[in-house]
Design a binder for this molecule. Structure first.
Ligand code: PBG
Length: 333
């Protein structure tokens, strides 16, 4: 019998020094595992700050190359591009237009950093529709799933032609992965990869993003994005997207959905990514601006926890800053 006053099992031994803690860390962060989301605004003449996301801007086509070069120099894995068109319409015409802002920005990005970074593009209609939904509407004003797939196919071809390496399917329409894979394969784009935002939840954490893309959404996305109550259904979406040919699947948002992420990581035969979304970013910035939390420490802890839960790669607005501080060598924050 051990004497309860003198424990002989002492896990604290492995926490005694910074060197020991560093050596036994089960999870590590690497710059190569981060993807930076970036916004590009048509007609902008200089970077436009996003008030609800301090430190994040809508780039102009002029300011984009330097920002991309900085991302490549920081050693991150890739960038995810979002376009903000000057004009929106009911069917999101700007999305499939080769001269639409996202496709123009993609060509520029591939030309500037295409060898160093994986250039990724948001494949969704919400930035391009005047009603702000991720799909087109039928006569009754409901989301028309299958008509939307036709537009996604056109959008996929335009993005692949612009040189995007990885199409980020974030619209949560049924059958979108199979539809996009089919159109890519039958048009000579077998090498263009598909990232499926598979378990994407209807979330209040997207709030600041709506400002970032000047969304005109009225209503909500609850008829296509997942209900926060549902864990099993998240896994079902992951499995369906893998069956439809997704090269990578994603869980989004990240921090409030780590259970879904861990489930997905346990069963997925393809990489599992997670997106630390705008609201997750802004909460940290706002609390830090008030002096209520240690900003750097919270960035590290939140991204580490997403990784620990099973994400292979993390989309985060902190990507460059985090990469730079890892390079500076700090292992404890
Ligand atoms: C859809 C899309 C959204 C985000 C990424 N892709 C918005 C939405 O679904 O409402 C949100 C990302 C973020 O909040 O950082 N194009």
């Amino acid at each position: 019998m051990s004497d309860p006053l003198h424990p002989y099992l002492r896990p604290r031994r492995l926490r005694a020094t910074p060197a020991m803690r560093r050596l036994v860390a089960e999870t590590r962060l690497n710059a190569a595992d981060f993807v930076l989301p970036m916004f590009v605004r048509e007609g902008a003449t200089e970077p436009v700050p996003i008030a609800s996301m301090p430190g994040v801007v809508q780039h102009s086509l002029e300011s984009l190359p330097a920002a991309l070069t900085e991302a490549a120099a920081a050693g991150i894995g890739g960038v995810m591009l979002f376009g903000i068109p000057e004009r929106k319409d009911a069917v999101g015409s700007g999305a499939a237009d080769p001269d639409g802002i996202l496709n123009v920005a993609t060509r520029l990005a591939v030309k500037t950093v295409g060898d160093a970074l994986v250039v990724q593009t948001d494949l969704c209609l919400d930035e391009f529709t005047d009603h702000g939904h991720c799909g087109v509407l039928d006569a009754a004003g409901r989301i028309d799933n299958d008509a939307t797939l036709e537009i996604y196919r056109d959008m996929a071809l335009a993005q692949a032609a612009a040189g995007s390496h990885l199409l980020g399917l974030s619209g949560m329409m049924d059958g979108q992965v199979a539809a996009v894979r089919d159109v890519l394969d039958s048009n000579g784009y077998a090498d263009t990869a598909v990232l499926a935002y598979s378990a994407k939840y209807a979330s209040g954490f997207y709030g600041p993003f709506r400002e970032a893309v000047q969304s005109s959404l009225v209503g909500n996305r609850r008829s296509y994005q997942l209900d926060s109550a549902n864990r099993r259904e998240g896994l079902r979406e992951i499995e369906l997207d893998i069956a439809e040919g997704a090269d990578i699947v994603m869980v989004k948002p990240a921090m409030s959905y780590l259970d879904v992420l861990a489930d997905a990581a346990a069963v997925s035969s393809v990489p599992v990514w997670a997106y630390q979304v705008s609201g997750e970013y802004s909460m940290i910035e706002a609390a830090a601006a008030n002096g209520w939390i240690d900003r750097e420490r919270m960035i590290h802890e939140t991204v580490l926890s997403i990784r620990r839960a099973g994400a292979d790669v993390i989309l985060t607005y902190f990507a460059i800053e985090l990469a730079k501080s890892l390079a500076a060598g700090s292992s404890e924050w």
